[in-house]
Design a protein around this ligand. Structure first.
Ligand code: 6PG
Length: 249
């Protein structure tokens, strides 16, 4: 049963990052205690950079050998491209960590058609989570951002992929997204997967996000994919700085 979103607002970037670190560590240690594994999916974008750097500096304080990192979404570019989320997460987070190479799961898109790359990622997830038939992965932690247009992951307003849960015929796990208004085709986890997670955390900062944060976190305006993040059995948390929260009641 969904308990509705929990909203945490921070005046200070350091406090916000410390909160995120505590939350990450609490979930990671609980999962590893229970099932010897902690599986997270991380977003790209600029906002989470502080958090990824802080996770990296936590180094041996976290059980990286039992932590698996997947991507929420990816641009169809080489990993060396500045737009590659894998490249961003490698440089900010995993480079200096003692995390086994096999624990970092990139979305291999370069040289593949977007639909083939989505199929390959979906197959990797099915294999990793030992899924059968229509089963959907259960991530322990999914970190998301929100675009000023209300997109999250690479699920954009008006995109058929963002309607995915309303299309009952098949639970898609990963989809290819092509749009006129985005530079590269992308691969994204679906809302079905995001809403199946145990803990979903939005990290949003900046005055330019205040209006969309009000529409999403407070009004839950279903016209925006970010508002359709409603974990079925998981927690939903908004971690905001004062600017991003400045229009909330
Ligand atoms: C991405 C993210 C995307 C991002 C938002 C917010 O890969 O870019 O999945 O959904 O979280 O666009 O981006 P900023 O954090 O840069 O504002």
């Amino acid at each position: 049963m969904n308990m509705g979103p929990c909203i945490h607002i921070f005046d200070d970037r350091r406090e916000m990052t410390e909160f995120l670190l505590r939350r990450w560590r609490q979930i990671a240690l609980e999962c590893i205690e229970r099932k010897s594994l902690f599986v997270a999916a991380l977003s790209g974008g600029t906002t989470p950079a502080y958090f990824y750097r802080a996770l990296a500096s936590a180094r041996d304080a976290l059980p990286w050998d039992k932590t698996h990192l997947f991507l929420v979404d990816e641009r169809c570019v080489p990993f060396s491209d500045d737009d590659s989320n894998y490249g961003i997460i490698r440089s900010l987070l995993t480079e200096g960590l003692n995390i086994p190479e096999g624990n970092i799961h990139a979305i291999k898109a370069d040289g593949l058609s977007p639909s083939k790359a989505a199929e390959a990622y979906e197959a990797e997830l099915k294999d990793f989570f030992s899924l059968k038939g229509e089963e959907v992965p259960v991530f322990d932690f999914i970190g998301l951002g929100i675009g000023a247009d209300g997109h999250t992951a690479s699920l954009f307003p008006g995109s058929p992929e963002a309607e995915e849960p309303l299309v009952p015929e098949k639970n898609r796990i990963a989809v290819a997204v092509r749009r006129e208004d985005i530079k590269h085709p992308r691969i994204s986890l679906t809302l079905t997967v995001i809403n199946n997670a145990a803990n979903v955390v939005f990290i949003v900062t900046g005055k330019n996000k205040a209006a969309i944060v009000k529409r999403v976190a407070e009004e839950r305006d279903q016209g925006f994919p970010a508002s359709r993040v409603e974990p079925l059995n998981g927690t939903l948390t908004f971690v905001l700085d004062a600017d991003a929260a400045s229009m909330l009641k």
